[in-house]
Design a protein around this ligand. Structure first.
Ligand code: SF4
Length: 467
């Protein structure tokens, strides 16, 4: 089955699942309220967005320079910087490190890039046990699922679902409170930090000026994963670089507000290298992988390059009417929602993933909430255009649009079509075939109501009015 067919099938199933939709809409609704409350504390949120957009523009438009500066300064701090052109290269670098250090178990903090390169499956195939330490990621790992949302991996689950998962996988009594469940995860995971040979984290930002890695999180698990095992590996996309340390004064609050409605996340860690001789804590080695994996292709596209400005806050997902009805898993991608639909065709191939660009009402709600002001809906349109220009479109689609274009440009034909549509709808309703197998529009009207075609056209109304 193609990705497009799979997407249509899964999204139709999820859209019809009312329980799933209720859970999702409650979660996104709560986020929206919290984000709005926190934003109102800012003197001028729009100015912050504009500044963030400019700073990311500066970082991305001189990406090579900032990355080389980061490499130079991080190396001077005692870190080892690796450059990976694609997912396979990144996985091989990680496997090489695991072999060199005799790693049997890695403890991981939340990282969408490790999802992007399918790291967990690869590690397991090579005899290394990956343990997710972010509570949400830990739950999805227990359930053998993928994260549902780039910020909230278990947005689709209720407390009762998680209670059942813990009961089945960890043997906890059913009916546990949220606090009990969290304490259970904490107890299990503490032991994993102590026994893991390597810690793998993502990086929310990397700072060119200082050669440091910045992690921002709410559970302290990224800090433990990066400091307790003897080797720490941070992996990030090349777009995560910021030129200066003081850029964080803007981006950390912007990310926290847009992502979770907090003024600032609870743990903000700057990693500046391996343990020094005067220090008691920290890893013996720190490695950073800078992953391309299709990002330079996006960088080369001046029209759509701003998609690399994304700071992965997840706000566009929470605002998207399509995401709010089909959820994250239906997309079948690492990055879901509007930003996923924009970048996935670039990262994984336009032909196979172009269908995602049509999973949008183009309402612009995503661009409205984006803290770095990415015009996501325009990029979805550009993806559609590129898909048609590159691969053409089906004959049925071409004929339909040609007829549509012809009718819309000719008043008489347009009026005749409107008359026939009104007449057709009237007959169909009178005979009671609307929505049945006899209805020619049945595939379209099966899951949505066909709008009522008004008895009097705008043209007629206008004509009468002016008489
Ligand atoms: S596109 Fe904007 S709103 Fe969406 S995740 Fe990225 S930064 Fe957040």
């Amino acid at each position: 089955m193609t990705h497009a067919c799979q997407f249509i099938r899964d999204s139709a199933t999820k859209a019809a699942d009312l329980r799933h939709r209720a859970v999702l809409q409650k979660a996104t609704g709560t986020y929206a309220t919290k984000v709005q409350d926190t934003k109102s504390l800012f003197i001028d949120w729009s100015y912050g967005r504009e500044l963030a957009r400019q700073r990311k523009w500066e970082a991305v438009n001189d990406l090579a320079f900032h990355l080389e500066e980061f490499d130079l300064r991080a190396t001077a701090r005692g870190m080892t910087v690796h450059w990976a052109e694609n997912a396979a290269e990144a996985r091989e670098i990680i496997l090489g490190l695991c072999k060199r250090h005799g790693v049997r178990k890695v403890v991981k903090s939340k990282s969408m890039v490790t999802e992007e390169i399918h790291l967990n499956d690869f590690l397991e195939e090579n005899g290394v046990i990956p343990v997710e330490s972010d509570l949400g990621e830990y739950i999805v790992q227990l359930r053998h699922e993928h994260p549902y949302h780039i910020v909230t991996p278990v947005m689709h689950l209720t407390k009762e679902d998680i209670d059942l998962t813990f009961h089945e996988k960890l043997g906890t009594p059913t009916g546990s409170t949220a606090e009990d469940l969290t304490l259970t995860a904490r107890r299990v995971l503490r032991n994993e930090y102590l026994t893991a040979d390597m810690g793998i984290t993502g990086a929310n930002f990397i700072i060119a000026e200082t050669g440091m890695v910045c992690l921002t999180e709410n559970e302290g698990n990224a800090r433990l994963s990066s400091s307790m095992p003897r080797v720490h590996l941070a992996i990030c996309g090349i777009e995560k670089v910021l030129p200066r340390l003081d850029d964080l004064a803007l981006f950390l609050p912007m990310l926290a507000v847009s992502g979770t409605g907090q003024q600032l996340t609870c743990y903000n860690t700057m990693i500046g290298g391996p343990r020094q001789t005067t220090e008691v804590d920290g890893p013996d080695e720190v490695h950073v992988i800078l992953l391309d994996n299709g990002r330079t292709e996006l960088l080369a596209d001046a029209e759509q390059r701003e998609a690399l400005h994304c700071i992965r806050c997840g706000a566009c997902l929470n605002a998207c009417p399509v995401f709010k009805n089909i959820g994250g898993h239906a997309y079948g991608t690492t990055y879901q929602g509007p930003i996923g639909s924009v970048i996935t065709p670039h990262l994984r191939g336009l032909e196979e993933w172009k269908h995602l660009s049509y999973a949008s009402s183009l309402c612009g709600g995503c661009a409205e909430v984006c803290p770095v002001h990415i015009e996501l809906h325009h990029h979805l349109l550009r993806n559609r255009r590129n898909a048609v220009q590159t691969n053409g479109s089906g004959w049925l689609e071409q004929i339909s649009f040609q007829l549509w274009s012809f009718a819309m440009r000719n008043t008489t034909i347009y009026r005749v079509c409107a008359l026939l549509s009104r007449f057709g709808q009237g007959i169909s309703r009178r005979l009671g075939i609307e929505g049945t197998a006899l209805d020619p529009l049945q595939r379209w009207s099966k899951t949505r109501a066909l709008p009522e075609i008004p008895a009097r056209s705008f043209h007629d109304w206008w004509h009468e009015r002016n008489q």
